[in-house]
Design a binder for this molecule. Sequence first.
Ligand code: KE4
Length: 433
Amino acid sequence: MSRSRTNSARLFSEAQSLIPGGVNSPVRAFKAVGGNPLFIESAQGCRLRDVDGNEYIDYVGSWGPLILGHAHPDVVRAIQQAALRGTSYGAPTPLEVELARKIHHFFPSMERVRLVSSGTEAVMSALRVARAFTGRDKILKFDGCYHGHSDSLLVQSGSGVATLGLPDSAGVPSEFTSHTLSIPFNDLEALEKAFTKYKNQIAAVIVEPVPANMGVILPGPNFLSELLLLCRKHQTLVIFDEVITGFRLAAGGAQEFFGLSAPLTCLGKIVGGGLPLAAYGGRSDIMKLIAPDGPVYQAGTLSGNPIAVSAGLKTLDILETEKPYGRLEKMAAKLVEGISQAASHSGIALRVQRCGSMLTPFFSDAPVTDFLSAKRSDTSLFGSFFRKMLERGIYLAPSQFEACFVSSAHSDQEIAVTIQRANEALSEVAASV
Ligand code: KE4
């Protein structure tokens, strides 16, 4: 039974006459999965409601921030109370000190923290201070990882760049990316070769410790620890881009999850509780270079604004008291098991890769270990699966090169319903090939 989408369609056509692609961020456009984007009216817990009154179980969670689900009452109350005291002062507040202390508590490697308004800003700033600290220019990233849309990082990017099949981005002069190296994820040999070729030139290696922007890909058993050792040997800093993994894999992110420590870390999404807030930070001897203490300039009108900080603080407080990670892990594992069984019943080659409560169904019969193998998966089957799940009221990430997220607002009941709907959808997909 197809759902009415007339209001979404009308709004999308109007939006396209005012906003590029009708969306304020490309991945929302459904370009890779076909059909038009839904316009959302409201959300509560793990459910979205679109402007045509259709309801969906949501596994996007605003691309990661909503680990507690939508409109958590305590988070909403914190936002309301903060707003009554003013929305932004452009001056320091006690809340920012409290949030910096809490971030340091969960991420001991972040001895000093600077709050900003987006993950892109956090990464841009971390790269700048890494270059200043080392006096080197080159940055090394991994194919398929996405670190926001700053010019020098739009090289072999994942997320929306991969979703749209863009080579990189127009409008970025080659000089701006001439210091950016990109090698395959999970390839330590390529990293060693880069260090040999660019001896003493690489300021930092930036990595999503568990990439989610080419779909969820697991680091090889010793990849991250070996990467950290190699970088230390070559006096190259490591930036763990934990915009997605931070507070997602564990309260202390991938660093707690794997028992590692990075000189610099970027956070976003969950740390802002769904409001525009991100952070970068790390060793105090590096961060002391940031203005006004040092010569590295970085600033922001709304950095650390009390509304976003209140939402972030309340979110971290709830994560600290409720400790949902074991339950999130169990629900996500059950979901993966159920979808995998459904795929094998229908004879579809599907591997669901998961780390903690983030997961991606790859239509591939081989393990997906890097960008090349991710791009070998059948994106048209993914699109067909996405549309059939959407028809059945399940809202997955509208791209093969993204992650789905389970929140603490999901329950075993929603997981069971999702598995049932995946069974139906995959049988239909199998029948159509
Ligand atoms: P923002 O500038 O979008 O807040 O963060 C950039 C960023 C940095 N690092 C990582 C690992 C990220 O995943 C992101 C942003 N993630 C995408 C989704 N994969 C945001 C969604 C969008 O672009 O609309």
